[in-house]
Design a protein around this ligand. Structure first.
Ligand code: ATP
Length: 285
């Protein structure tokens, strides 16, 4: 059977800052999104009618609540779509982890359906559909390094950073992005992120040094309810992985590490003591 297979890449946030709440209720964000080579495989094929979703994961819904359903529905609504679509999600990205797993699957379906069914939708139309599906979806359409503002959907792509290894560790907990933002609104943590300086660092292709102020303002909020985040961070920092942060609303922690430290990275992963964690190695792309 003819089908299209497409990789849906996860992202991490190199920094994440919240500037306030907008009139439409969304948070005004500024962050750098960075794609990594951890991906779900999305397979698209044709069927007579309707949208059929299957997956190898028992952690995500297969009906209308799956973000790819919304994506497929929007694509169908934009075109005179004569048939239906079958979507298989081969899940590798941990769910509700701050890695944009749902968003990247949706982006892959938007791109994939456009290609597979020869819909010839323009880039702007794909972007518009993506932002209707979710704030992180437009970035996922084009993996790379981007400065994202607005709801996270206004993107300025940056010069690619050099390739770093990325250790990802997720404790066995899922967090609701919505809940973390609500808790952030009620809190009064005060983390200052030197956004301009950090963007200059990327622009000038200087090494990323945690001491320059890379941070995630949601981190203290998630740490408050998921104690494992701090524990994991401490283990990684004690190994000498200084650039260790939480991604998105968490609870995944990542260390950005120079490729020259491959041996220490591999040893750390092999000897990871907390058996309950998901741990893997990826690379920035
Ligand atoms: P973000 O980093 O964009 O905040 P996340 O990585 O924290 O996202 P997701 O993995 O996208 O979170 O999952 C968030 C919720 O979305 C989960 O509760 C899950 O049930 C639901 N969901 C719907 N469709 C998908 C999908 N295709 N993959 C993963 N989660 C999905």
């Amino acid at each position: 059977m003819k089908q299209l297979s497409i990789k849906a890449y996860a992202k991490i946030n190199l920094f994440l800052n919240i500037k306030g709440i907008r009139d439409d209720g969304y948070h005004e964000l500024e962050m750098v999104m960075q794609s990594i080579n951890l991906y779900d495989n999305i397979k698209i094929s044709s069927r007579k009618k309707g949208i059929n979703i299957e997956t190898n994961s028992n952690e995500i819904p297969v009906g209308k609540d799956n973000l790819v359903y919304k994506a497929a529905q929007k694509i169908m609504g934009k075109t005179n779509f004569p048939k239906g679509v079958s979507i298989f999600i081969d899940k590798n990205i941990p769910v509700a982890a701050g890695l944009a797993g749902g968003s990247t699957d949706a982006a892959a379906v938007i791109k994939g359906m456009n290609e597979f069914f020869n819909l010839n939708l323009e880039k702007d139309t794909l972007h518009d559909i993506a932002r209707q599906v979710g704030s992180d979806v437009p970035f996922c359409l084009n993996p790379g390094t981007a400065y994202a503002t607005g709801r996270g959907d206004e993107l300025k792509y940056l010069s690619p950073i050099k390739t770093y290894k990325v250790i990802l560790v997720k404790p066995p907990v899922m967090v609701s992005t919505k809940k973390i933002y609500e808790m952030y609104d009620k809190s009064n943590y005060n983390i200052e992120i030197p956004v301009k300086k950090l963007l200059e660092t990327i622009k000038n292709q200087r090494p990323l040094n945690i001491k320059d102020g890379w941070a995630n303002v949601l981190e203290p909020v998630t740490k408050n309810i998921v104690k494992d985040v701090e524990k994991i961070e401490n283990i990684l920092k004690n190994k000498g992985f200084d650039f260790t942060l939480m991604t998105g609303s968490g609870p995944t922690v990542f260390s950005l590490v120079d490729k020259s430290r491959k041996e220490l990275i591999e040893k750390t992963i092999k000897n990871w003591q907390r058996e309950q964690d998901f741990i893997t190695l990826a690379e920035t792309i």
